[in-house]
Design a protein. Structure first.
Length: 78
Protein backbone atom coordinates (compact mmCIF):
# COMPACT_ATOMS: atom_id res chain seq x y z
CA UNK A 1 0.00 0.00 0.00
CA UNK A 2 1.40 3.39 -0.93
CA UNK A 3 1.67 6.26 1.54
CA UNK A 4 -0.94 8.17 -0.43
CA UNK A 5 -3.40 5.27 -0.32
CA UNK A 6 -2.77 4.82 3.39
CA UNK A 7 -3.42 8.53 4.03
CA UNK A 8 -6.60 8.47 1.93
CA UNK A 9 -7.97 5.43 3.78
CA UNK A 10 -7.06 6.95 7.14
CA UNK A 11 -8.62 10.30 6.25
CA UNK A 12 -11.77 8.51 5.10
CA UNK A 13 -12.08 6.89 8.52
CA UNK A 14 -11.19 3.38 7.35
CA UNK A 15 -9.54 1.02 9.82
CA UNK A 16 -5.87 0.97 8.80
CA UNK A 17 -4.59 -1.06 11.76
CA UNK A 18 -4.47 -4.35 9.80
CA UNK A 19 -1.70 -2.92 7.60
CA UNK A 20 0.37 -1.57 10.49
CA UNK A 21 3.27 -3.46 12.07
CA UNK A 22 2.29 -2.49 15.62
CA UNK A 23 4.96 -4.54 17.46
CA UNK A 24 7.64 -2.62 15.53
CA UNK A 25 6.02 0.79 16.09
CA UNK A 26 8.12 3.33 17.98
CA UNK A 27 7.40 6.83 19.25
CA UNK A 28 9.94 9.29 17.92
CA UNK A 29 12.19 10.77 20.57
CA UNK A 30 11.28 8.15 23.18
CA UNK A 31 13.80 5.49 22.22
CA UNK A 32 15.67 4.17 25.22
CA UNK A 33 19.41 4.72 25.64
CA UNK A 34 21.46 3.33 28.49
CA UNK A 35 23.51 5.78 30.54
CA UNK A 36 25.80 4.75 33.39
CA UNK A 37 26.11 7.22 36.24
CA UNK A 38 28.11 6.77 39.44
CA UNK A 39 26.60 8.24 42.61
CA UNK A 40 28.13 8.51 46.08
CA UNK A 41 26.80 5.92 48.53
CA UNK A 42 24.94 8.54 50.62
CA UNK A 43 23.05 9.67 47.51
CA UNK A 44 22.01 6.12 46.59
CA UNK A 45 20.78 5.57 50.14
CA UNK A 46 18.66 8.73 50.02
CA UNK A 47 17.35 7.79 46.57
CA UNK A 48 16.37 4.35 47.86
CA UNK A 49 14.54 5.83 50.86
CA UNK A 50 12.65 8.26 48.61
CA UNK A 51 11.83 5.50 46.11
CA UNK A 52 10.47 3.32 48.91
CA UNK A 53 8.41 6.22 50.29
CA UNK A 54 6.93 6.87 46.83
CA UNK A 55 6.46 3.18 46.00
CA UNK A 56 8.70 3.48 42.94
CA UNK A 57 11.97 2.05 41.78
CA UNK A 58 15.18 4.03 42.16
CA UNK A 59 15.42 4.31 38.39
CA UNK A 60 11.90 5.74 38.17
CA UNK A 61 12.67 8.41 40.76
CA UNK A 62 15.82 9.42 38.91
CA UNK A 63 13.98 9.59 35.58
CA UNK A 64 11.12 11.66 36.98
CA UNK A 65 13.43 14.10 38.76
CA UNK A 66 15.64 14.59 35.71
CA UNK A 67 12.62 15.01 33.43
CA UNK A 68 11.19 17.64 35.81
CA UNK A 69 14.50 19.50 35.88
CA UNK A 70 14.73 19.44 32.09
CA UNK A 71 11.14 20.67 31.77
CA UNK A 72 9.89 17.57 29.96
CA UNK A 73 6.45 16.13 30.55
CA UNK A 74 5.68 12.48 29.83
CA UNK A 75 4.58 11.94 26.25
CA UNK A 76 5.58 15.36 24.97
CA UNK A 77 8.78 16.39 23.31
CA UNK A 78 10.24 19.78 24.17
Amino acid sequence: MSTEEFDERFDAGDDVTPVLDLPAARRAGLEQRRVDVDFPAWMVEKLDREAKRLGLTRQSVIKVWIAERLGHRSGTAT
